[in-house]
Design a protein around this ligand. Structure first.
Ligand code: ATP
Ligand code: MG
Length: 580
């Protein structure tokens, strides 16, 4: 078999059987050739996500199955979503906005959010979704940094979080208000405007290098960065959706992330639509029974969620999952934080399939390293680099980088060249340039590679603990703690110590039915010591009802550490309410 045939096979069956041969044969040019493109070498995300499917006769397939908070529901077909995107693009054009304009969305997961995202891209403008639970300050800061021209929001969010400052934003041109009621003064009501607009819009002639999205990072390690992404990213979204999430046309797919975070856009809008699946959009927040109900009643086949949610399900126990029919599930994946081995296996026990952990960042735009469908999962690992991705573990040596040996901890690095790599941090050229050294993109995460080429996450570079000459990754310690029957979640930091340099301190949230006591503390410490050895196990354990997390569900260890050391808390604009 010659390589193009193998390659074609992967794409036409979309069954990601990623043999070494297939991995080696893959090229991004070939991946691009599976898409439509625009005349003269152009490329536009909205065209690939919607219009080409309609042109190919799939307009009647449901693109979005929307589940409202109040149990109302709505199906939007590919043809309907494509028409709504065109209407939204027309509304923007009617107000004098031209390609290059920056459109921000601040709203819950309602169908118009998806029409706005795709309509903006169709019009050749740049889209930035913001998480609706943000306070006024983070919203303002992000619109200022991104020089937003348009804001699409609801009347309630406008009054509560936006009205007091937005008129002072020099770049602002238009405010669109979603609700049916008359829009506040100076704003335009979106629904009547869309209803009056044409459902035909000629897609802007964007190229693969034109700006498409600005995404702010989660702010886990410090001030959020505005990562710039281009239309060419859709090539990666198409391929990685097949390879890492096993998406096949017609699948019922549910990504639980909000589009305010990059996962909710790359894999909650673009990748699923490009791969022509039917995606579930749930307007409501996490709720155990609701989620189990959705998996069962909507017959979800592919499910992409996050460790924080998986740990909440685990906390409620296996009994809570009994009586549901999960037989439609085919593939489970997780991203956002390392997934503890306990969580991987729990998927197998409760859903009949393990969770497939995969790794990527806002900056990489798409999944880079994954436990794929064809692999034997190694619980606790990130898996292997996807086709077209070269990853390495590197360490500083003088002015340059060297490759680490198998088993050696170093920084996780990627060879630039894949299509969804960010093109800039807005207004932060120096911070951006620092990410590229010696022909590598440096991720800021520490990891190691085993002799079989499988990657294992160790921790954020900032979170590594150095104790008596040992390098300790918080993930390893946290995963061991979670195996104790009383522990639901754990966060581990290093605190200064005169003899050891640093010692490990753990913050722990308990499972229901367990009470805080000195005896329990001793029991958990003893358990960890047995698993990890005395040098690595926590010296001290404190109990918390909840751990500080970003709104995208990531534990903010730097905040625990700052509080521990009495240092300033730094940027906490993405922090969810927590207890000190
Ligand atoms: P900031 O860059 O502002 O500090 P952030 O890094 O949390 O925030 P994101 O881009 O949303 O912002 O998250 C990417 C990071 O999340 C990765 O660099 C990694 O640290 C962590 N992460 C994501 N998926 C995984 C995974 N499967 N295993 C381990 N870590 C993961
Ligand atoms: Mg980051």
């Amino acid at each position: 078999m010659t390589w193009p045939i193998i390659f074609k096979d992967v794409f036409t069956r979309a069954a990601a059987n990623l043999t070494d041969q297939v991995r080696a044969a893959f090229t991004w040019e070939q991946a691009r050739a599976t898409l439509d493109g625009l005349p003269d070498g152009g490329l536009n995300i909205a065209h690939e996500a919607l219009d080409r499917h309609v042109a190919a006769g799939h307009g009647g397939q449901v693109a979005i199955r929307w589940l409202g908070k109040d149990n109302d529901r709505r199906d939007l077909t590919y043809a309907e979503l494509s028409a709504d995107a065109a209407r939204f693009a027309n509304v923007l054009a009617q107000h004098g906005l031209a390609p290059g304009a920056r459109v921000y969305a601040l709203m819950g997961r309602v169908p118009e959010l998806y029409a706005a995202a795709l309509g903006t891209l169709k019009a050749g403008m740049t889209f930035t979704p913001l998480f609706a639970a943000f306070g006024p300050e983070p919203i303002k800061a992000r619109m200022e940094i991104g020089e937003g021209n348009v804001l699409v929001t609801t009347a309630a969010l406008y009054r509560k979080k936006v009205a007091s400052w937005i008129r002072d934003l020099p770049s602002l041109r238009l405010i669109l208000i979603l609700d049916d009621a008359p829009a506040p003064e100076g704003c335009v009501a979106l629904r009547p405007a869309m209803a009056a607009a044409s459902d035909q819009f000629e897609t802007a002639m964007t190229t693969a290098d034109d700006m498409a999205l600005i995404h702010f990072t989660s702010g886990t390690t410090g001030r959020p960065k505005g990562a710039v992404h281009v239309h060419g990213a859709v090539i990666a979204h198409a391929a990685t959706g097949r390879f890492a999430l096993d998406l096949k046309p017609g699948d019922i797919y549910w990504c639980t992330a909000d589009p305010g975070w990059v996962t909710g856009t790359s894999y909650g809008i673009i990748s699923p639509l490009v791969n022509r699946v039917t995606m579930i959009v749930d307007e409501a927040e996490f709720d155990l029974e609701r989620w189990y109900g959705i998996l069962q009643n909507e017959k979800v086949q592919v499910w992409y969620t996050a460790p924080t949610a998986i740990r909440m399900l685990m906390r409620a126990g296996k009994k809570a999952a009994q009586g549901y029919d999960f037989s439609h599930l085919r593939f489970l994946a997780s991203v956002g934080e390392p997934l503890n081995p306990e969580g991987v296996l729990w998927g197998q026990e409760v859903f009949g399939h393990p969770f497939h952990d995969n790794w990527w960042q806002t900056e990489t735009g798409g999944i880079m390293i994954a436990n794929t469908a064809d692999m034997d999962i190694r619980p606790g690992s990130m898996g292997r680099p996807l086709p077209g991705i070269e990853a390495g573990i590197v360490a500083q040596e003088g002015d340059s980088l060297r490759n680490c040996k198998p088993g050696e901890i170093g920084e996780l690095a990627l060879r630039p060249g894949w299509p969804s790599l960010m093109r800039a941090y807005l207004h932060e050229k120096a911070r951006y340039d620092k990410c590229f050294v010696d022909g590598w993109y440096l991720s800021g995460d520490l990891a190691m590679q085993d002799k079989d080429g499988v990657f294992w996450f160790v921790g954020r570079a900032d979170d590594l603990i150095k104790s008596s000459g040992h390098l300790i990754g918080p993930f390893e310690v946290e995963s061991a703690l979670i195996e104790h029957e009383a522990v639901a979640e754990a966060a581990v930091i290093g605190i200064p110590d005169e003899t050891a340099g640093e010692v490990v301190k753990a913050y722990v949230a308990l499972n229901p039915g367990f009470e805080v006591s000195a005896e329990l503390e001793r029991s958990i410490r003893g358990f960890a010591r047995k698993k990890l050895g005395a040098a690595v196990a926590p010296r001290e354990i404190v109990f918390r009802k909840q751990l500080p997390k970003t709104r995208s569900g990531k534990i903010m260890r730097r905040l625990l550490k700052a509080r521990e050391l009495g240092l300033p808390e730094g940027d906490i604009s993405t922090l969810e309410a927590d207890e000190k």
